[in-house]
Design a protein around this ligand. Structure first.
Ligand SMILES: [Zn+2]
Length: 229
């Protein structure tokens, strides 16, 4: 079926509840400087499909979703009516489906703007820049909510990271855990865009090291908290 700039493919019957999910995904992606209202996406819902089995063999089991060219590939079971995706790889949990799709749409737009040679699975930009930005954009609704505090989120990450025994740290809702560099990357991109007022384009071009940016963010967080006390 089609909706706006989306063509949705599925082996299972889907109804129009997917439209609301896609609308919510657009509302998030619109906030990105990479957004292009003329860019069209294929959304491929391929849980339990033959394609999924081949994809798992080629690129490894475990991903919830993936992006190639203008294809947003959702590999796990979904419930569009309740806006949920159900990853099972690391542990069974629930994710916000619109956020999953928005994250992958940003990957499409990264390749659209910067070219597949700069954004491909074999030679991507640094991980925190590659994954931090889609995370930052797909969480925009939460980040602009009145209950959200950036300094608390940094503190939360630092605590989780110090206690973690492996790379997995808990994300906010649904019992999902994410590799810590997704969370760290989201915070660092948020710091550079919202506090330092850089664009994503400037961030990509900036040679400053990951460690330096992280230390700057922690310093900023400490001084902000001190100023409040
Ligand atoms: Zn990603």
């Amino acid at each position: 079926m089609t909706y706006k700039k989306f063509t949705v493919y599925s082996n299972h019957t889907i109804d129009s509840s997917i439209n609301t999910v896609l609308e919510n995904a657009i509302n998030l992606v619109e906030k990105s400087e990479l957004y292009d209202c003329n860019y069209g996406y294929n959304v491929i819902l391929c849980n339990n499909s033959f394609y999924n089995k081949i994809d798992d063999k080629l690129l490894g089991v475990g991903r919830t979703a993936r992006a190639t060219l203008n294809n947003v590939i959702v590999k796990v079971r979904i419930d569009p009516e309740n806006n949920l995706a159900f990853p099972t790889f690391h542990k069974a949990c629930q994710e916000n489906l619109a956020e999953v799709i928005a994250h992958e749409m940003i990957h499409c737009l990264q390749a659209n703007k910067y070219g597949i040679l700069k954004f491909n699975p074999f030679k991507p930009p640094e991980f925190w820049k590659l994954e931090g930005y889609p995370e930052y954009i797909s969480k925009q609704k939460k980040l602009s909510g009145k209950d959200y505090s950036f300094t608390n989120d940094i503190d939360r990450y630092v605590t989780l990271e110090s206690k973690a025994t492996d790379i997995w740290v808990s994300s906010e809702e649904g019992g999902c855990e994410v590799p810590d560099y997704y969370y760290k990357g989201k915070l660092m991109i948020e710091f550079l865009i919202d506090i330092r007022h850089l664009s994503y384009d400037q961030i990509l071009k900036d040679p400053t090291s990951e460690n330096y940016v992280y230390r700057e963010m922690i310093k900023w967080n400490d001084s902000t908290k001190e100023a409040k006390n």
